[in-house]
Every structure is written in C-alpha cells, then in structure tokens.
Design a protein around this ligand. Structure first.
Ligand code: MSP
Length: 516
C-alpha cells in the first residue's frame, strides 16, 4: 500500500457504431496527458477509457453489417484498443460495457435508485434520436432545410411509444442547482456552466430509463422485457471500473469519486445533469468535476462520414509521428474551445515548436558536447547570472504547469514549458558556445553544461505530452529511468560531470507541407 495521493481521470466510453477518428483520439489524449502528468507528479493514478456497446445505435449498425451485436462490438472495440496503443495511451483499464462485471454494477445502481423511490413504471411517448441515443422534448426540436424535424444536434428523430421505467429527474432540480453553486468548478470551462444551468432551470422532466422495443442492453432487474437506457448503462462504467458494487474494493475506496470526467461539449448534459442525479438517487458520491472540450473541424468543415473528410488518426501517425500528433492536438487550440485541423497549421506548429524549438536546442547542445567534450557531461565552472537565471526559472515552472494541468488548461501548461524552450534558445544564441570554443573552452564547457541541464529539465517536463521523444532525449543525456520524475527537476537531479553520453540522434525531423 502507498500513501500517495490518488487521481482518477476518465474518458467517455466510445460508441462502437463507428471506427475511431480524430475526435475520439482527442478526448483520450487529453486524459492521457493529464494522467501521465499526475503520475510523474507523485500521484497514484487510475486512467480509464473503453467502449459503449449497448443500445439501439449499435444494434442497428450490427444489423446493417449482418453480424450479431457482440461479434460486431468485439471488432470495433479492438480498433479502439489499437488506437490506444498507436497513440501511446497509458490507460490503466479499458472497460467494455458488455463485460459481465458491468451488468452487475448497473443493476446495483438501478436497484439503489429504485429502492430509494426514484424509479417508477410508466409509458414513454415522445421523440428519440438514435444517433444521439437521446430523448428530446417537442420544444427542443429544430426544422432542417429539408423541412423535417431534427434534434438540436441535427440527428433525425423518431416518435417512440413504449412501456418504460422513468427516473424522477424532476426531483433533482434544486439539488443540482445547489451542486453547481456549492461545488465550485464542478463544470469547466466556466462558460459551459451557463448552458447546463439554463437547461436545469428550464425545468427537468422525468427521464425514460428503460427501453422495451429492442433488447441489446442490460436487463432491468425484476422487470421482464426491459433493458436499461444506454446512458444509464454507459455512465455507470466509471463506477464499475473501480470495483463497484464491492465497496470494500481497494480501487473503489481509493479512486471514487473521480477527480475529472473529460468529455466533449456534445455530451455535457449527460455528465453534468443526468449522472449526478443518478448518483444522488443511489446515494453515491459525486465526481469532482466534468470538463467539456470543444470540437475539431477539418480545414474549416464539420467532420462527418457523409462529407468524406474524417481524419483517421492512424494515417496521421503514420505520416507524421505519434508525438507530433499528440503535441499538435494539445498545443494548437485552447482546451475547451473548438479547433480547426489543417495540414498547414499542423506542419507549421510542429516545425516551429519541435524541429526548430526543443529539437534544435537538444541537437545543438548534444552535438557540441559529442564533438568538443569527449562525449561526456562537461564540467561547469562558476555560473554567471545568466546561467543561474535560465536554470532557476526552469527549475520552478513546475508550479505553474501544475496549476494549469489541475484546471485542464493544457494549452497554458504547454505554453509555460515552451516559453522556457524559447528562453533556452535565446541563452544559447547569446552565449554562442561555438565562438567560445576558440576563445574560452572552459566557458564553453560551462555553457554546454547549463544547456544540457536545461534540456534535461525540459525533457522531463515534456514527458506527459511526448513520452517517446522525451525518453529519447533523456536517454541521450544518460538520465536513468528512476531519475525522470518531477522530483528530479531543479537541483535534485543535476547531471554529473564526466557521465559518458551516447552518440546524439535527431529527435524531431522537419515536416514537409506537401505530401510526399
Ligand atoms: N458513448 C457516448 C459516451 C458515453 S460516456 C459515459 C459517446 N460516444 S462517442 O463515441 O460518440 O463520442 C465520444 C467522444 O468523442 C465525445 O466526447 C465527443 O465529443 C468526441 N468527439 C467526437 N467527434 C469529435 C470532434 N470532431 N472533435 C472533438 N471531439 C469529438 O458520446
């Protein structure tokens, strides 16, 4: 047992009606960045992702392919596992809602809510959008260009009438408003809280939480013919993964309530309204935060299968590199805002910040050391004010980075680190070790030592966003695996003069704007 603080971060679980695209990669990447950061910062982390496999949408997709739903889910779910591997995601678990342990958990939450008087039997008559797996009130519907009524998301709706169990969402209006007021930062970014508040203040209708017109789902306890509504089922995954309903489970005790559910803005209502209400009804603790990020467009256009402009993350990784993709997605757009993917933005960003930025700084430092210092960490003489200024600021940026990571302001966290890359660049240009080589070799050695130290610390800080490239840099500085945590920033992990270094290798190749 450790007494390290715990941190639990989750991605939404992905529908298996479709293969993974850049939007899915984005949500999981953000969680991976955060999880890796927290681990290096001394936390015991649980990072969960997985697939959402029940419901009408998945059943229809399986039917269209002429396969049984479970074999269909097996196939698509494994593509999401491949994506996790390809993007170097460090998730501790990959949950599938078709696992038997999940049915036990969902049924337990259901029984608790029911026994507390929050679930009753009735009949649903209203609009349903299979694409969103969501019910809509007549007043929410919009008229499409075709004249048809559609959901606010643009999804087609159908009229549904069936026996159903209802969840007494209406009983939670005041409690939810109190939650948003009392639990500061329950919804981030702040700007998104307004839409949640206005939805709740607009009055909450009871929610249909079982379906009887198809059967691809978890059976409702003690009610033949009913399957649990897919969102009640899906949201419960966050608890299942902790070992719930076994409340003696070590993971449940350690990790529940979750620190943050990171989700796309389209599914905020489910996470910030329905989920806390289900948990209150079942008398379970509420997550500490829901963060809603924005959506990516492709060269200015909405990404959709019908437009044929879906960005395949596997293709991107193959053409560029995993770390370039990871870096671009987190660095380019403020987390929480919408962003546009364009080839030119990608190539420009990666060339500026990686090839010319951290890469160039690393390359210059290591190749000068290899050529002029017997391929060993050089011995520093007395440090000047400029030397100390560079090392001292890099040594203390962690506090700022941490503050931004704790609010999921990932772009700010990277900005803080890359400001130090820029400071390192200015330092090396001003000190010009290539000139000192002839005039003052001892001073050259000191400057190269300071640069190597700067690179070491920046690489340690860059690990959560670019694990492989940062490792490659740290390998070249002969920093051992045990010395790569944030506790080794600053003085604690200083490079030792005389340490033999391997031959330097380029880390970030320049990218071409034109396709090869
Ligand atoms: N199965 C539900 C989630 C259940 S969680 C208890 C679901 N799945 S999804 O596969 O449709 O979407 C998962 C995530 O992908 C959402 O957070 C969504 O916002 C994100 N994205 C899908 N397309 C996107 C973009 N174009 N850009 C950014 N993220 C997008 O919803």
């Amino acid at each position: 047992m450790t007494d390290r603080p715990s941190y639990y971060v989750t991605t939404p679980i992905y529908y298996v009606n479709d293969v993974p695209h850049i939007g899915h990669a984005y949500t999981t990447l953000a969680c991976d960045f955060l999880a890796r950061f927290k681990r290096l910062d001394g936390f015991d982390v649980m990072f969960l992702t997985g697939t959402d496999e029940h419901g009408q949408k998945v059943e229809k997709s399986a039917d269209a392919k002429g396969v049984d739903p479970l074999s269909f889910c097996d196939g698509v779910s494994s593509r999401f596992k491949d994506l996790a591997e390809a993007l170097h995601f460090s998730n501790d678990q990959f949950i599938r809602t078709t696992e038997p342990r999940h049915a036990v958990s969902v049924q337990d939450i259901w029984r608790r809510a029911r026994d507390n008087g929050f679930i009753y039997e009735g009949k649903y008559a209203g609009w349903y959008a299979v694409r969103d797996e969501a019910y809509y009130a007549e007043s929410e519907l919009l008229t499409a260009d075709t004249g048809e009524q559609v959901a606010p998301s643009g999804a087609p709706v159908e009229w549904v009438e069936e026996p159903s169990y209802f969840f007494k969402l209406s009983a939670f209006e005041d409690k939810l408003i109190a939650l948003y007021e009392d639990q500061e930062d329950f919804v981030l970014p702040k700007s998104r809280l307004n839409e949640v508040l206005s939805f709740v203040r607009g009055g909450l209708d009871d929610l249909s939480v079982s379906r009887t017109s198809f059967n691809w789902g978890i059976p409702v306890p003690d009610a033949d013919g009913h399957v649990v509504y897919v969102w009640f089922d899906a949201l419960s995954n966050y608890l299942t993964a902790t070992g719930y309903p076994d409340d003696s489970s070590a993971d449940f005790q350690k990790f529940w309530p979750a620190d943050v559910h990171i989700v796309g803005k389209d599914i905020l209502r489910f996470h910030a309204v329905y989920w806390p209400a289900f948990l209150m009804a079942a008398e379970l603790d509420l997550p500490k935060r829901v963060f809603a990020h924005g959506w990516w467009t492709n060269e200015g256009q909405k990404i959709s299968k019908s437009l044929g402009n879906v960005i395949d993350p596997f293709d991107l990784i193959e053409e560029f590199s995993v770390d370039a993709v990871r870096f671009f997605l987190m660095r380019e757009v403020p987390f929480g805002n919408d962003g546009d993917f364009s080839r030119s933005a990608f190539v420009n960003r990666v060339n500026a910040d990686l090839a010319n930025g951290l890469g160039n700084m690393t390359q210059r430092t290591l190749s000068m050391i290899a050529k002029n210092c017997d391929a060993m960490v050089p011995t520093a003489g007395e440090l000047t004010a400029q030397d100390n200024a560079l090392l001292d600021t890099i040594g203390v940026v962690l506090a700022d980075v941490r503050m931004h990571m704790d609010r999921q302001a990932f772009h700010h966290a990277l900005d803080v680190i890359w400001k130090q890359v820029a400071a390192g660049d200015v330092y090396i240009s001003n000190q010009a070790p290539w000139t000192l080589k002839k005039t003052d070799p001892d001073r050259m050695a000191t400057v190269l030592y300071v640069m190597a130290e700067a690179v070491r610390q920046l690489a340690i800080l860059a690990q959560p966003i670019m694990p492989s490239s940062a490792a490659l840099i740290l390998d070249q500085l002969a920093v051992s695996a045990d010395d790569r945590g944030f506790d080794k920033l600053g003085e604690a992990g200083r490079l030792q003069a005389g340490t033999k270094l391997p031959s330097p290798k380029g880390v970030f190749p320049r990218m071409n704007l034109d396709k090869e």
